[in-house]
Design a binder for this molecule. Structure first.
Ligand code: CA
Length: 399
């Protein structure tokens, strides 16, 4: 057995592939897309007046290309992906784990959490897309097989629209979700306890007892206020309370979870196996919400399933971005084991953002759709999607 010694910048010199040329990376393209919104909207502490996303495209010498997407600030992600590119050129795109480890090793001194890992995530997703295309198989198949071919979707919305009445605009939006066929809805809170409870009560009255309802404070409360929200919101049958407090406050998460009232969810800004392990070891959440585009890509996301299993925590992925991020999230959904491992276990709900995004449903030749509350997992090679290049150009930043 040959002992391999990284790094292998030149795949042609790799002991296992010397002379075989199995799909060498020749270029990494970053596509920074942005579009101002007609009407800004707000979560508890952020205003969205423009949509901005970073797509990562990796081109190989055999003509195949793979696509990924990074969660988080697109400008920062683009800079880091470009800084990482020299480590990818000339390597085999099939060396996904060796590339992950090398990028992390090379850049960990720049940050073991946050933007560095967001950048690796987009690259990792693109490599999995390439791997699937190379083997003519969907990613979930290469990761061990799917537990399901479709997932129930919940509508993410209920942001605060700027300049309009909160309650009436919220109810109008939620009614639209019901009309579209959603059977679960997540609304934003964190705009003051009284208004939040009034919003929750009004939405529950509108949707009736059979539609699921989740609340997301985007860490807009501290532990004292969040505990009060839990006490007042519990009678309205809430599936989970997401990001009640800032993600650093693991002790506060634990205290809220110990109230044993509404299940506590979080994790969209926790990164890698180390960040997630720290949160789970402290008993921070009932429901973990890793984002494939931020937690370290599909390679890292699948490792977290073992951590969730060991700690008795459900995995319900966070998804935010374009249809490329959604496709990556769907492949992750496919491989989440049922919890509990029983016939009657329901699938984790798919986060399907419904807030204003002009890029949604136009970047792919066949957009990802929700039908009767369900979304099918793409079954074509790789991510199973086809990016419509012509649709990208209107969103490139104007000079
Ligand atoms: Ca959230």
């Amino acid at each position: 057995m040959t002992q391999l010694t990284p790094p292998y910048h030149d795949v042609r010199q790799h002991p296992l592939t010397r002379g075989k040329n199995p799909m060498t990376i020749k270029a990494i393209n970053t596509h920074l897309l942005e579009q101002p919104l007609a009407r800004p909207f707000e979560s508890s502490a952020m205003r969205f007046s423009v949509r901005r996303h970073l797509l990562v495209e990796i081109e190989c010498d055999n003509g195949l290309d793979g696509w990924g997407e990074c969660l988080g600030n697109a400008d920062i992600n683009a800079a880091i992906v470009n800084a990482m590119s020299p480590h990818l050129i000339g390597r085999s795109a099939l060396d996904i784990e060796p590339i992950w480890l090398e990028l992390y090793n090379q850049f960990r001194d720049q940050g073991q959490r946050g933007a560095t890992v967001n950048a690796i995530s987009g690259i990792d997703i693109a490599l999995w897309d390439l791997c699937g295309k190379y083997h003519n198989a969907p990613i979930y198949q290469l990761m061990g097989g799917a537990f399901r071919d479709q997932v129930p979707a919940y509508a993410t919305g209920g942001f605060r629209q700027v300049g309009v009445d909160r309650i009436s605009s919220l109810l109008q939006e939620v009614q639209g979700f019901l009309d579209a066929g959603f059977r679960a809805v997540k609304i934003k809170i964190g705009f003051g306890i009284a208004l939040d409870i009034e919003s929750i009560a009004a939405v529950r009255e509108l949707i009736g007892p059979d539609i699921r309802l989740m609340i997301d404070a985007n860490h807009g409360y501290d532990a004292v206020a969040a505990a009060q929200v839990i006490r007042l919101a519990a009678p309205f049958d809430i599936d989970w309370f997401e990001e009640p407090v800032v993600p650093e406050a693991l002790g506060s998460y634990r205290r809220l979870r110990d109230l044993n009232s509404i299940p506590i969810a979080g994790g969209e800004t926790w990164h890698t196996r180390w960040g997630i392990a720290e949160a789970l070891q402290q008993g921070a959440v009932d429901i973990l919400q890793p984002d494939v585009g931020g937690v370290g890509g599909l390679s890292e996301a699948r490792k977290l399933l073992t951590l969730c299993d060991i700690h008795g925590v459900r995995c319900v992925p966070h998804i935010w971005g374009t249809d490329i991020a959604l496709a990556a999230g769907l492949h992750f959904h496919a491989i989440i084991p049922p919890s509990p491992p029983a016939f009657e276990a329901e699938s984790a709900w798919l986060e399907f953002d419904q807030s204003d995004n002009p890029m949604r449903a136009v970047l792919l030749k066949h957009p990802i759709e929700m039908i009767d509350g369900m979304v099918r997992i793409p079954s074509g090679p790789g991510l199973g999607i086809e990016v419509n290049r012509d649709a990208l150009s209107p969103f490139y930043r104007k000079p």
